[in-house]
Ligand binder design. Structure first.
Ligand code: TNX
Length: 681
């Protein structure tokens, strides 16, 4: 059966948020809008008790977990208790949402589904439970955005337009990568991000769990990995320490996931049909592991060497001595525990940016390369990767590694994740699986808005917070095509899909993380799900308006893709030559308790501006002060920390809020700029 893609057809009554028509992201393959609406939960709530919904959720055995998920979500946002009942029939039932795997179209595969919303019933039919889950996500997106609220929303008409949808994803790896190392994100923060993945029908959570600056997963056999490797003395990366949230009482920064935490997160992801791909870096990016266990480093007299400490850098980062049998045994111990925690098919071993310095100097590694008959450290890394790939295969899993694992020649028994955009064609034509993660287009930790014109140093300019240099606008992400143009058609099946990595050197908090990845993660979701021929930028941005409302209901911050609101400005005549206090009335931009952040952004003039501190005042009384020294010049706020984090514990309606700062001209007073009130820290 083929259905024309008919969208924006019927004017929908009483659905202000969806006035333009169903705003589904990712766009389904086929959708027909039909007359009428389905209404949920018609019973008025009884005070003090969750109202019993008149709508029931009917499930077969395979759909039961999805039915429970839907009922729990609806209870939270509608305040109504939806009964979940078993029903093995396959026909629509009046007044019910039927979730079924019976009589499904086999061609929809393991993730496809049909969704029929009629005035008196809803049917989600899919060959497999994951498809039922995606049908539920589409149903949720047909309902008002309040359905994703974290508390019961009032005065909402819970209607969904009648539709018939037949849908399945284009790619099987629809991913997002979280770097929990450079900055740590708590278990609950990770769960919230997993929920946002589910909303976007993403199914692969790639979790970067160790690096030079930290080790984040408990390994029972090697406890120093977290005892030593999970904590450092500062946030690193020259960030404002106030922006970071995971400080330990003793003043150290960091954290790690216990094995119980991991099991809980894996279960949470599994309930949302999301597979976690854990990444343990080897042989490079390993300073944290070597700080805990230096015996696995080269350790030669001429090697650049210990004592290893948690470090910022990547190219000069710690490298395992892979010539030592005890190193390989240690890595296998670690991966054995990791495989015990993460049941998914893929194990990521990193492999990027290996610093070959020590291998070139260390007798053991030199003996190993001589035995291999090569002087190439890339070949040597490839040899190591091949040993790991074979061993991981013997454990019943599949290895995946970054582009560089293939630099010394193709390694087999492994998939490859191409961040450098160099290895996809060679790997796929060798009939090996590839995930696209091109740093130029998919790194959603880079700036989303700004200018690529440069500031004279070849650096792009942005009002956004400090970031890995680069400019990844939403349009570019949306336009991304995962299949490389040079790949012959016979091999396109070897491209599993695309993922958006989020590296966190400059991302110290959840608020900041959300600001970076949303809404660009929605664009990646559509790249991965929707056939390229159906993608349409204007239509996507229209639907994105509603997706942003959903994010807001989920308590998720996002980049409005426009400059933040202003606290005020400064001009040369208002710029003191020596430090003195300037104030801006920011009452209109303060709407509730929480962070009241400020960032100073130079716009014009021969001089910059120094900032000694910034403070928040309520009715003229200081509430909070951030005292670090900042400096702004040349349009960038990437360096010198001219961003201030101020906290308002309680908001008082009617109060006057003032931002004060001690400022002076830097080398003169000829400077003009804007003080922003950003929604990030
Ligand atoms: C390179 S991308 C890295 C990461 C950094 C990123 C940004 C990749 C495989 N390696 O370790 O976080 O650049 O600095």
């Amino acid at each position: 059966m083929k259905f024309a893609l008919i969208r924006f057809i019927l004017p929908l009554v009483a659905l202000p948020a969806l006035a333009a028509g169903p705003a589904l992201i990712p766009l389904p393959q086929q959708m027909q809008v039909r007359p009428g609406v389905f209404t949920l939960c018609a019973t008025p709530p009884v005070p003090g008790m969750p109202a019993q919904a008149t709508t029931r959720i009917l499930v077969d055995a395979a759909s039961a977990p999805v039915g429970d998920y839907l009922a729990a979500l609806l209870l939270r946002s509608t305040g109504c208790q939806f009964q979940v009942r078993t029903n093995t029939g396959s026909a629509a039932v009046r007044g019910a949402i039927l979730l079924t795997t019976t009589n499904a179209l086999p061609s929809l595969g393991t993730e496809g589904y049909e969704l029929t919303v009629a005035p008196d019933s809803v049917v989600i039919r899919a060959p497999a439970p994951a498809g039922v889950f995606y049908g539920v996500q589409s149903l949720l997106q047909l309902l008002p955005p309040e359905v994703l609220s974290l508390q019961a929303a009032r005065n909402v008409r819970w209607t969904a337009p009648c539709v018939y949808i037949q849908d399945q994803p284009r790619f099987s790896w629809r991913g997002w990568m979280l770097d929990s190392v450079r900055h740590f994100f708590t278990k609950d923060e990770v769960k919230q991000l997993i929920d946002a993945m589910a909303l976007n029908k993403l199914n692969t959570f790639h979790w970067h769990l160790d690096d030079d600056s930290g080790w984040r997963v408990e390994i029972k056999k090697w406890p120093l990995l977290t005892q030593v490797g999970a904590w450092r003395t500062n946030t690193m990366f020259a960030l404002n320490p106030r922006a970071s949230t995971t400080w330990r009482e003793d003043g150290n920064y960091g954290g790690f996931y216990t094995q119980d935490d991991v099991r809980e997160i894996v279960a949470y992801a599994t309930q949302r049909y999301i597979t976690i791909v854990p990444e343990i870096e080897m042989p490079g990016h390993s300073s944290a592991a070597l700080a805990a266990y230096p015996q696995f480093a080269c350790g030669c007299l001429t090697c650049s060497n210990g004592p290893y400490s948690l470090s910022v850098t990547s190219y000069v980062g710690g490298v395992f001595c892979i010539a030592r049998p005890e190193t390989t045994a240690f890595l296998k111990d670690v991966l054995t525990e990791v495989m015990g925690l993460f049941p998914g098919p893929y194990i990521h071993i990193g492999g990027d940016e290996v610093n070959f310095g020590n291998w070139n100097k260390h007798t053991l590694d030199q003996q190993a390369t001589n035995a291999l008959g090569t002087a190439s450290m890339q070949v040597y890394q490839g040899y190591f990767a091949q040993q790991m790939a074979n061993w991981i295969k013997d454990q019943g899993r599949t290895m995946i590694g970054w582009s560089e694992i293939m630099n010394g020649g193709l390694v087999t028994n492994t998939a490859m994740m191409d961040w450098l955009n160099t290895m996809a064609v060679r790997t796929a034509t060798n009939r090996q699986y590839v995930v696209m993660a091109a740093s130029a287009t998919l790194y959603i930790n880079k700036w989303e808005t700004g200018s690529s014109a440069g500031d004279g140093n070849g650096v792009v300019w942005s009002n956004e917070p400090p970031a890995q240099s680069g400019y990844v606008p939403l349009t570019n992400v949306y336009a991304y095509e995962p299949i490389p143009a040079a790949l012959p058609a016979a091999y396109t099946n070897y491209i599993l899909g695309a993922e958006g990595p989020c590296w966190t050197e400059w991302i110290p908090s959840l608020l900041n993380m959300q600001f970076r990845i949303f809404p660009r993660l929605s664009a990646i979701a559509e790249v991965d799900w929707t056939p390229a021929a159906l993608k349409n930028w204007t239509d996507f941005t229209n639907r994105l308006q509603v997706q942003k409302q959903r994010y807001a209901r989920m308590g998720i911050n996002y980049n409005p893709s426009a400059p933040p609101p202003q606290a005020g400005t400064w001009t040369p005549t208002q710029t003191p030559a020596t430090y003195s206090t300037r104030s801006w009335d920011i009452t209109s931009t303060v709407t509730g308790p929480g962070e009241v952040n400020a960032s100073f952004c130079w716009k014009a003039g021969a001089n910059g501006l120094d900032i000694a501190w910034a403070a928040l005042l309520e009715n003229g009384v200081e509430v909070d002060r951030d005292t670090h020294a900042g400096f702004t010049y040349s349009g960038k706020i990437t360096t010198n920390r001219p961003a201030y984090v101020l906290r308002l514990p309680a908001y008082r309606r009617g109060a006057t809020y003032t931002l004060s700062a001690s400022v002076q001209g830097h080398g003169g007073t000829n400077s003009t700029g804007i003080v922003y009130r950003p929604n990030w820290d």
